[in-house]
Design a protein. Structure first.
Length: 174
C-alpha cells in the first residue's frame, strides 16, 4: 500500500513539475518571440510615405530647388524623429510641381544641378540628366527617379521612397 501511495505522490509531483516548467517556458518564450517578430509586424520603415518638404512659393519654374526630406526613421526597434532621409529636386512645370530624387541611379551619389548647362549631373561618374530627369550621358542605367507630389494648401508634399541603384528598372526599396 505504501508503495502505491508513494508512487501516486511521485507521479503527481512529476506532473506538477512538468506543468510548472511548461508555464514558465511559455511565460519566457512569448515575449522572446514577440521581441524578434515585432519589427515585421510593425512594418517599420514604411515605403513611400508622404512628407512635407517645402512651401509652394519656394518652388520656381526657372531652375529646380534642392530640398531636404526630414522625417521619422524606424529601424528595427529604434525610432528617431527629425532625421534627414534624403534630398529631392523640386520645380514647377506649368501648374504642377515635379519632384526627382537627388540620388543617382548608378551608385547613389548625390546629384547636383548645373544652372549654366540647365541639367543635372552626378559628380561621381559623370552621369548627366535632362531637366526632366532623363539620362543623357554617363553610366547611369536609367533616368532620375520621379516621386509623387501633392500640394496641400500652401505645402508641397512628396511620397518619399528610395529605389534600387544599378538597374534599368525602377524598384522601390524603402
Amino acid at each position: 500500500m505504501r508503495s502505491e501511495a508513494s508512487s501516486s505522490r511521485r507521479s503527481f509531483l512529476n506532473t506538477l513539475v512538468v506543468a510548472g516548467s511548461a508555464v514558465i517556458g511559455l511565460a519566457l518564450g512569448i515575449p522572446g518571440v514577440a521581441y524578434v517578430v515585432d519589427p515585421l509586424l510593425r512594418g517599420g520603415g514604411k515605403k513611400g510615405r508622404w512628407i512635407r518638404v517645402a512651401t509652394l512659393e519656394s518652388v520656381g519654374e526657372d531652375h529646380p530647388v534642392a530640398v531636404p526630406v526630414v522625417g521619422e526613421q524606424v529601424d528595427g526597434w529604434t525610432r528617431q524623429t527629425n532625421v534627414r532621409l534624403g534630398m529631392v529636386w523640386l520645380r514647377k512645370k506649368g501648374d504642377q510641381v515635379v519632384a526627382l530624387t537627388a540620388e543617382c541611379p548608378h551608385l547613389g551619389c548625390k546629384v547636383g544641378y548645373d544652372s549654366e548647362k540647365k541639367r543635372y549631373g552626378c559628380p561621381c561618374h559623370d552621369s548627366a540628366f535632362s531637366l526632366d530627369g532623363h539620362a543623357t550621358g554617363g553610366p547611369a542605367p536609367r533616368g532620375m527617379d520621379p516621386l509623387e507630389v501633392r500640394v496641400q494648401g500652401n505645402q508641397v508634399e512628396v511620397r518619399f521612397a528610395r529605389f534600387r541603384a544599378q538597374g534599368k528598372e525602377r524598384v522601390e526599396v524603402g
